[in-house]
Write a protein that binds this ligand. Sequence first.
Ligand code: C2E
Ligand code: MG
Ligand code: MG
Ligand code: MG
Length: 258
Amino acid sequence: YRAKGQPTRTAFYDQALEAALSRRQDLLMALSRALAEGELLLHFQPIVDLEGQQPVAYEALEALVRWPGGPATAAFIPLAEETGLVKELDRYVLPRVAALAQGRTLSVNLSVQSLTDAGFVAFLAGLPNRGNIVLEITERVLAYPETFAALQEVAALGFRLALDDFGSGYSSLGYLARMPFYALKVDRLFTQGIGENPRAEAVLRVVRDLARNLGLAVVVEGVETQAQRAWLLAEGFAWGQGFLFGRPAPMESFGGEG
Ligand code: C2E
Ligand code: MG
Ligand code: MG
Ligand code: MG
């Protein structure tokens, strides 16, 4: 019981919750419209040979979606993932990347949800330049055994598969050994620990050895300093990605036609 006329705590929280939900709803509607209107753009970030001195000498470019006038990618992707709208985003991004993958290797992020979507493998089968495309899937995919058959089919279509953000969350090493992955991308959490945190360095060495034993390529994400690059080279890592080598930028800055 409480005094009459006094606003209740529940009412206060309900209002805050309602406001948050409607912001979320507005954002999703705006994203949906931006997809329909073709407003989202692709930027690209190089994946480089750590030994190469020139930042322009890249092995591949990773496509990263950008929403002009909208929130940052890292802010809207999780929401799109929660609600399934990310499947539409994937169907928007993939054909655009595939068209640009003529004569160059492009990497593109793919949501776990798309892999469980009926018809998605057929959609992928219709894309050109499949042998030049690396599909990056976060390691969370290892928590969804129902996607494994689709992964096998996708690999059989000629796509290469990379496990993204490796080490950041749930990883089933048992599953990893059975999946048709081509590369591991080590989360930048560990890169940040180089020279600072011996445990992060220990994890990097273990991942390097694991990948070597499984015959997988390793790309270290988030390389920002020459000191990190030097450590990685000394430890036998071959590939890296990060602001030190290049920030995500439009295709024109890599000599392509966008
Ligand atoms: P990701 O695939 O792991 O991409 C790497 C993220 O780290 C990118 O953020 C990139 O801009 C950022 N990054 C690269 N190098 C550095 C560095 O040296 N330091 C720091 N601090 N950050 C660095 P971005 O573009 O905000 O993308 C965030 C995530 O959103 C991506 O992580 C990926 O999981 C997802 N994503 C981006 N584009 C797409 C897309 O087209 N489709 C799908 N499904 N997901 C996407
Ligand atoms: Mg990625
Ligand atoms: Mg990543
Ligand atoms: Mg990431």
